[in-house]
Design a protein around this ligand. Structure first.
Ligand code: SAM
Length: 220
């Protein structure tokens, strides 16, 4: 997976992990190793490549963004992955979050609604050799029922509420992490299915682009 291009950014990537992720309290070794392994610069458009390891989100075209590294790390941390899980991501975007998940879980299904982003992410993930990531072009607000249930579901766009359709695709003990709120501000909600019932708690404040589709925003 490494090439000269990736090597050029290795020091930047290590700095990112040290200061932006571990430095803010996320110290799990598997998590940190995943962020050291994934060449984030290959998931951003060429004109932003030099900023790929900066402490901020970046545009990826079509009005969408790749999230700030710390937010990707924090949401991944909330899933508490051990390695055996089947994970669903809603909002493939660049494919970066899916690549991180691929290092930490057994199987990743990621759904994108914009055809160009789906194609681009699928190509980069394939070029990097991620065989446990499966990309789908669809309305992810409906989940991906074909291979449900999932141990973890991660939504990377802001929803008006946690869709029941997604909660229903959680396995027993499974978790859903989703930003819920309005245009300027949302909160990460963490849902868990325990003995057939759903428990919910609220975590960090965030700012995501809107979730579209049947259970997303019609008017933002
Ligand atoms: N996880 C991405 C990454 O690592 O680059 C960033 C995701 S970006 C903040 C949000 C993405 O959600 C956009 O690519 C957008 O097109 C997608 N999206 C919005 N509504 C969606 C839906 N209903 N189904 C699937 N994808 C959706």
């Amino acid at each position: 997976m490494e090439n000269n291009q990736s090597d050029r950014y290795r020091a930047d990537r290590q700095e990112m992990v040290k200061h932006q992720i571990a430095g803010r309290g996320l110290k799990d070794e598997r998590l940190l190793a995943a962020f050291e392994a994934v060449p984030r610069h290959l998931f951003v458009p060429e004109e932003y490549r030099h900023q790929a390891y900066a402490d901020s989100p970046l545009p990826i075209g079509y009005g969408q963004t790749i999230s700030q590294p710390y937010i990707v790390a924090f949401m991944t941390h909330l899933l508490d992955l051990k390695g055996h899980e089947r994970v669903l991501e809603v909002g493939t975007g660049s494919g970066y979050q899916a690549a991180i998940l691929a290092h930490l879980a057994a199987e990743v299904h990621t759904v994108e609604i914009i055809p160009e982003l789906y194609e681009q992410a699928r190509r980069v993930l394939a070029e990097l050799g991620y065989q446990n990531v499966h990309c789908h072009l669809a309305d992810g607000s409906l989940g991906w029922p074909e291979v449900a249930p999932y141990d973890s579901i991660l939504v990377t766009a802001a929803a008006p509420a946690a869709p029941q359709t997604l909660l229903n695709q959680l396995a027993e003990g499974g978790r859903l992490v989703i930003p819920v709120g309005g245009r300027a501000y949302q909160e990460l909600e963490v849902w868990q299915r325990v003995k057939g019932k759903f428990k919910q708690r609220t975590s960090l404040g965030v700012a995501f682009v809107p979730l579209r589709g049947k259970h997303g925003w019609r008017v933002w």
